[in-house]
Design a protein around this ligand. Sequence first.
Ligand SMILES: [Zn+2]
Ligand SMILES: [Zn+2]
Length: 444
Amino acid sequence: MNPADLFGTTFACECGKTHSVPIQAVVYSETAVQQLPAILDRHFAEQRIYPAHSRIALVADERTCAVAGRDCESALKLAGWTVQTLIVPDSPHGSPACDDITRDSLRLRLLPCDGFLAVGSGTVSDLVKWIACDAKLPYAMVATAASMNGYASNNIAPAIRGVKRVINGTVPRAILAVPSMISQAPVELTAAGFGDVLAKPVSMADWKLNQMLFDEYYCPLCAQLIRELEPGYLAHPEAIRAREPEAIAALFQALIYSGVSMTMAGTSFPASGGEHLISHALDMTAMARGLKHDYHGRQVGLGTIFTCALYERIFALESPTFRTVTEPTDTAFWTSLADVVEEEHILKRQKAERAVQELNRPGMWDQVRATLAPTLRKAAEIKQCLRAAGAAHRIEDIGCTREHFLAAALHCHQMRERYTVIDLARAVGIMPKAADEIIEEYLV
Ligand SMILES: [Zn+2]
Ligand SMILES: [Zn+2]
């Protein structure tokens, strides 16, 4: 399968769904900014009644505006567009935040427009996706770093009332990137993207697990799309560190297509399992305590080492006993977020109970293990890849304490209904001991 053939298509899939990939163009070229006006003309066209008076809202942060925003603005103005440039301010803890407060303040400043352009990476692109979807207007992205897999996905991952959520949006009409800009982006951003993409074996295994236990929707084509990309970025992690153009291009492509697979599946399952929950819990608790947190993908990298090691330990069990383990939502850990977390935790308790019933059915465990084990990677291999790529691979790299990381690993299952390897580890009774040992073995 050539994944580029998927753009702009709609087709019936063996999974029973009709998949649609409304992204019309992905341009990875040194002349991407120069091509921008023509691409928007082509792909925003149906929204505009008077093409001669097209208005666009360009959203960037201070840094991405300087790196690419001003150039995009000039190119668009030269081509006759009216451009309103909106700079997303930094939050008190550093980079801008994608949350309801930032969204609302952007909306207040917004003039009427025919579409949006996001210039930036995670936060900026998610904010634009959110506002554009609510306004039912098209948008495009100029990516400034290979830092996360959200560019081509329809998911938005904002904090609402302080809790990380995943909400459905739409995909951009076009994604543009300048290779030299992506290569020269801060190295921790590229390493974050690498951490996000390395998480795939775990998130895919968690997704399959949900199909086996709860009859959750699953698409083999999306799974294949992600599996086929692996060799492109996994083979030479040191080339990522050295910013070799081919390696960076392969990483960027993997990030785009993992977003495409989420879009096709219509769920974040293909790219967000237990490893992501750890990162979300770290973000949320840092924000609630007024502290800084590290980049999403850097935390996800650690979450991936941790969850791969958990899967290894679980699959080493010959005939485990599955038990429902329940506990109250921990207010000492979640602080001001405890009430909102409790809403999801109620659903999780029900799901965990159903899972135990299913896992105790004769033959189910063997089937789960035989299906998932061959698709996973070893924790040691993930750690080695992250290290070679210059990415975060120890708790101290993400500015977190051992105690807090351990607490996040032991509490993150409470914050979302989605069943993951972390719930499975609890059901077989290896937590919290396994968490502590894994941290000792791999993460300090
Ligand atoms: Zn499908
Ligand atoms: Zn991610």
